[in-house]
Design a protein around this ligand. Structure first.
Ligand SMILES: C[S@@+](CC[C@H](N)C(=O)[O-])C[C@H]1O[C@@H](n2cnc3c(N)ncnc32)[C@H](O)[C@@H]1O
Length: 343
């Protein structure tokens, strides 16, 4: 590992050590991978098999190899092709700058397609101006792949990457830096870091989500993350997502919707429905045949939206009058008019 990569890993551990009182053990756990480790399961060669150490830049290609098969794509249109092309150009540049070579043979239908899906789907239908996406929080950000399209397609966008696992966090750092957009990392400014709402990337560990101001985020993304974490952490983060989202802000989830649930049995959807979120979109697709994982978009409730689709007492009363008038063949309203006239 290069000295600067060793220093990066040390900075992550140092930040975690200093912040330990804010970072309980359950908050910094990746339950699924810890389970695999306990069972002494490893992935085949060429794929990261221990996420709890950092192996330097070559781990980036190993992470990319985790996308092991060509993915299905029910969308298949020119928007996807353009995004895959843009994603590939960026990744060629980033990997080259790190002295690595991208596997272009498999790129488009794996990494490229995943990036394109997660960039297109949350923006794929019209929304009111107040719901336009200007700030994004990517929770459990892998090696950082989602920043590829989100930051380069919209230079004004504020993208927040969040993670707590040393391998992922350090790779995100290298990847975000390689993208060449403005980039600030909490672990580089320990003790002085302040969240800034500006175009580019803010990198923050899970245990410092408190640094993101209330009601400041338009979109939270959790792609293939929540089913792999313990329910205490998921509950905590759902509370944080609700806090940081603007009213009406979007929460995009793409995973196997609990058909695959390697940790405990916490039901995210049920929790969201009962805790101030409203389901706006769930693709009616066959999981893993038409797309990998079921895309859903929940919204943090904007009270005016709910009020506008809930009948008021006045509307209920007016309808009751119409119903009685209908039953009496118009007699009810005639009588009421006569009574008013005779006064
Ligand atoms: C299966 S990967 C998905 C990565 C990414 N969302 C993607 O689609 O490429 C799960 C991610 O969750 C992250 N993760 C695990 N435990 C976490 C925790 N306690 N806090 C934040 N992220 C965590 C991992 O480091 C990894 O980045």
């Amino acid at each position: 590992m290069r000295p600067e990569e060793q220093a990066l890993e040390a900075r992550f551990h140092e930040a975690l050590r200093k912040d330990r009182s804010r970072a309980p053990e359950w908050m910094t756990r990746w339950d699924y991978q810890e389970g695999l480790k306990k069972r002494k399961r490893t992935y085949e060669d060429g794929v990261v098999s221990d996420f709890f150490t950092f192996g330097g830049a070559p781990d980036l290609l190993k992470w990319m190899s985790w996308f092991r098969t060509d993915y299905p794509d029910y969308i298949q249109d020119e928007r996807i092709t353009a995004l895959v092309d843009a994603s590939r150009v960026n990744d060629e540049r980033i990997t080259r700058s790190l002295g690595l070579e991208l596997d272009k043979v498999v790129y488009d239908k794996r990494v490229g397609l995943n990036n394109a899906h997660d960039h297109l789907l949350p923006r794929s239908y019209p929304v009111p101006e107040r719901a336009r996406i200007r700030t994004v929080l990517d929770f459990g950000a892998g090696y950082g792949r989602q920043a590829n399209l989100w930051t380069t397609q919209d230079p004004d966008l504020c993208y927040i990457g969040m993670d707590a696992i040393v391998n992922s966090y350090c790779l995100q750092h290298l990847y975000y830096k390689g993208l060449g957009v403005p980039f600030t990392d909490y672990i580089d400014q320990q003790g002085t870091y302040q969240f800034e709402h500006k175009g580019g990337i803010q990198h923050i560990p899970t245990w410092r989500s408190d640094l993101i101001p209330d009601g400041s985020v338009d979109l939270v993304m959790c792609v293939q993350v929540l089913p792999e974490l313990n329910s205490r952490l998921v509950r905590h983060m759902l509370g944080e997502f609700k806090r940081v989202l603007k009213p009406g802000g979007a929460f995009y989830i793409r995973d196997h919707a609990y058909t695959w649930k390697p940790t405990d049995s916490f039901d995210v959807e049920q929790y969201l429905a009962g805790n101030g979120f409203d389901l706006e979109f769930r693709a009616h697709i066959i999981n893993d045949v038409e797309i990998h994982g079921i895309p859903r978009i929940w919204r943090k409730v904007l009270p005016e939206v709910i009020a506008s689709r809930t009948r008021t007492w006045k509307q209920k009363l007016e309808q009751a009058v119409v119903d009685v008038d209908t039953m009496t063949g118009g007699g009810f309203k005639r009588t009421m008019r006569k009574l008013k006239g005779s006064r």
